[in-house]
Ligand binder design. Structure first.
Ligand code: PHE
Ligand code: CA
Ligand code: ZN
Ligand code: ZN
Ligand code: ZN
Length: 289
């Protein structure tokens, strides 16, 4: 799988930060910064040949948006999805939560196009709205599908917080959640292993959008660099960083800006995203930038 240049991911984060700054400091559901974020991601994907769809819903009296992007080709009866939420909380710009996963997904999707990747499976990406209000967008998306449309989605991989400044390298535990996929867990662990990064399994339960897919019995997994939890000394020994401090001290705060990102964590998690999507989709395992 390709090594994703972290500078490209950081450039998307800068764009999301600028969008927040120009729109009252946030990218929250129902606020102009959210729709501007959607337009930014959609514009990039449309330009390289994705089939994109805005999935519109109403929540709290306001219009919400999911962005669905299909890469043409692959087996329509065997769909691999990857996604993350694009909305922030209202108190800040949400650059780690979840600009990081969103920007990584965007750059991986652009790399698929650049390589004109032709995997065995059909690849679909999703950016979800209103996650911060209770997994609203992803739940509405899953509920909008027919039973047949749900049945062809063979896996969903979630990325919510990948650039935490005091990072962990967590992989969602397949045994710790409903519809957890050992196949996805193993692909993600293999990606970190290929980079020499030790991982821990974590039980994320219902705390992010994979849960909407799990409720429909779609196999799920994901990676996570940590939120309000405190790094232990054993973790600081193997991962670096500071024991006794939160993985992300700016979680759900106004200081979740582009300064609140570990470039190393962002780089590693994004490279692992590519590694796993290439292997899970049955893409040729070539190396390229
Ligand atoms: N979904 C949480 C949020 O957006 C963050 C989180 C992600 C927590 C993954 C645990 C696991 O606030
Ligand atoms: Ca990289
Ligand atoms: Zn959040
Ligand atoms: Zn989040
Ligand atoms: Zn591998």
């Amino acid at each position: 799988a390709p090594d994703i240049p972290v500078a490209n991911v950081q450039a998307h984060l800068t764009a999301l930060q600028n969008i927040a700054t120009a729109n009252g400091g946030n990218r929250a559901h129902g606020r102009p910064g959210y729709k501007a974020s959607i337009d930014y991601v959609k514009g990039k994907l449309d330009a390289v040949g994705y089939q994109t769809q805005l999935h519109t819903f109403t929540y709290n009296g306001t219009t919400g948006y999911n962005l669905i992007a299909d890469w043409p080709g692959g087996d329509p009866n065997n769909v691999l999805m990857a996604g993350g939420h694009l909305d922030s909380v209202s108190v800040g710009p949400g650059i780690n939560d979840n600009g990081s996963g969103s920007a990584g997904l965007l750059e991986v999707a652009l790399t698929v196009a650049k390589q004109n990747l032709q995997p065995q499976k059909h690849l679909r990406f999703g950016w979800w709205g209103a996650e911060e209000l209770g997994l609203i967008g992803s739940t509405r998306y899953v509920n909008s599908l027919t039973a047949a449309q749900r049945a062809v989605i063979k896996g969903y991989v979630n990325f919510d917080m990948t650039g935490s400044p005091n990072p962990g390298y967590f992989v969602y535990s397949s045994s710790g959640q409903p519809a957890g996929s050992t196949t996805i867990e193993n692909a993600l662990k293999a990606g970190f292993q290929a980079k020499g990064v030790p991982t821990e399994l974590t039980s994320v339960g219902g705390r992010s959008d994979h849960a909407a897919f799990a409720r429909a019995n779609i196999p799920t997994g994901g990676t996570f660099s940590g939120a309000e939890g405190i790094k232990t000394s054993a973790q600081a020994q193997k991962w670096g960083g500071t024991a006794g401090l939160a993985y992300d001290r700016c979680y759900h705060r106004s200081c979740d800006t582009t300064s609140n990102i570990s470039a190393t964590s962002l780089d590693r998690h994004t490279d692992v995203m590519a590694h796993a999507l290439w292997s899970l989709s049955g893409a040729p395992a070539r190396t390229a930038t």
